[in-house]
Design a protein around this ligand. Structure first.
Ligand SMILES: Nc1ncnc2c1ncn2[C@@H]1O[C@H](COP(=O)(O)OP(=O)(O)O)[C@@H](O)[C@H]1O
Ligand SMILES: [Mg+2]
Length: 342
């Protein structure tokens, strides 16, 4: 039996925009194993959120459309599910935490009501029992004074508390897969650390698979078994976390790693080591999408798009991966400029 909980194959998602039809996700493939945490990393506008909304089949509610590819959840193709079946899956098997909890929480219901609804959606039990379970969940995500908090409305909570409340709702259905889209971006560093710790312990205690989206490669380093680097709607590199940090193969990955913010640095600052910015959707360059910003660019890169290809345990989409790879190997074999005999 396959050990994969999610397989995304050549996913293409499009939107009808003001300036024509755009494809923010344009041929994305990756998979997640059971119990694994993967991080999708890339600058803002790479198509990370559209990828997760496609998996949840929520793009259709935003005039988007999945144009091509397959999304298999536990081997079953999600595009073949009816809307009702998809609603069931979203309520029980796959949960999503959104970046901005205020937009995802319902302002007119108390936190307690929203958590108990999520519990009752996937399990039959009495209201009282569900309320007790909600208290337990709220305590689990680190909200103090649960009895009181459950009676409050979203706007009565701080940003960090709201994010925790949303995590409690997401966990209420005991999902097999949790998709967390920049769950800590809006929060301060201390709360971020606590929430990441919470996600880690949930993975360990419940064997849940996690797909964590972040633009912060430092967060990915702490959380991920494997990292997927996305740029302008494409996957550029897939690697185990340790391998990526030992030796990034794609020039974009190298740039991201070199721009790791210092612990005391500002958040959300532009990448220092890569000049330029991500292309707008209607200005995606021909050839490799990263070519206008790439320090290793050649003619071929401007003309032909490289496919995502296997290199040992990893995958890379770059025409020059073999040279770059060799150069890096050479650098590793050379200490202080003195070649080590092999
Ligand atoms: N509902 C939508 N309609 C049209 N374009 C969209 C919509 N949602 C996202 N996009 C566009 O898709 C691109 C990728 O967006 P997104 O997936 O949110 O990036 P990321 O999450 O990596 O920052 C952006 O250029 C964004 O403007
Ligand atoms: Mg996003």
């Amino acid at each position: 039996m396959s050990n994969k909980i999610l397989e995304v194959k050549n996913l293409v998602t499009g939107y009808q925009g003001k300036d024509g039809f755009m494809k923010p996700v344009d041929g994305v493939s990756f998979d997640i194993e059971k119990g694994e945490t993967i991080c999708i990393v890339g600058e803002s506008g790479s198509g990370k959120s559209v990828t997760s909304m496609s998996i949840m089949r929520l793009v259709e509610f935003e005039n988007g459309r999945i144009l091509d590819g397959q999304i298999l959840f536990c081997g079953e193709e999600l595009s073949k599910k009816s809307n009702e079946e998809m609603r069931q899956i979203r309520g029980s098997k796959i949960s999503m935490i959104f970046q901005e909890p205020l937009t995802a929480l319902n302002p007119v219901f108390t936190i307690g009501k929203q958590i108990t609804e999520a519990i009752l959606f996937h399990r039959s039990m009495g209201k009282k029992e569900a309320w007790l379970r909600a208290e337990e969940l709220v305590r689990l995500v680190g909200i103090s004074d649960p009895k009181q908090r459950l009676k409050q409305y979203p706007h009565e909570l701080s940003g960090g508390m709201r994010q925790r409340a949303m995590i409690a709702i997401a966990l209420a259905s005991e999902p097999d897969l949790l998709i967390a889209d920049e769950p800590t971006t809006a929060l301060d560093v201390t709360i971020e650390a606590q929430i990441l710790e919470l996600l880690r312990s949930l993975r360990e205690e419940r064997g849940m698979s996690i797909m964590l989206i972040t633009h912060d490669i430092g967060v990915a380093a702490e959380m991920a078994n494997r990292i997927i680097i996305m740029y302008a709607g494409k996957v550029m590199e897939v690697a185990e976390t340790k391998d990526l940090f030992d030796q990034p193969l794609h020039p974009y990955s190298k740039g991201l790693l070199e721009s790791v913010p210092r612990m005391d640095g500002e958040r959300g600052v532009p990448l220092k080591s890569i000049s330029g910015s991500i292309p707008r959707l209607n200005e995606v360059p021909p050839g490799c999408r990263f070519s206008p910003r790439c320090p290793f660019v050649t003619d071929k890169c401007h003309k032909q798009e490289p496919a995502l290809e296997k290199r040992g345990t990893r995958q890379v989409a770059c025409w020059h991966v073999d040279e770059l790879f060799e150069k890096d190997l050479l650098a590793i074999k050379t200490e202080g400029g003195v070649p080590i005999e092999s």
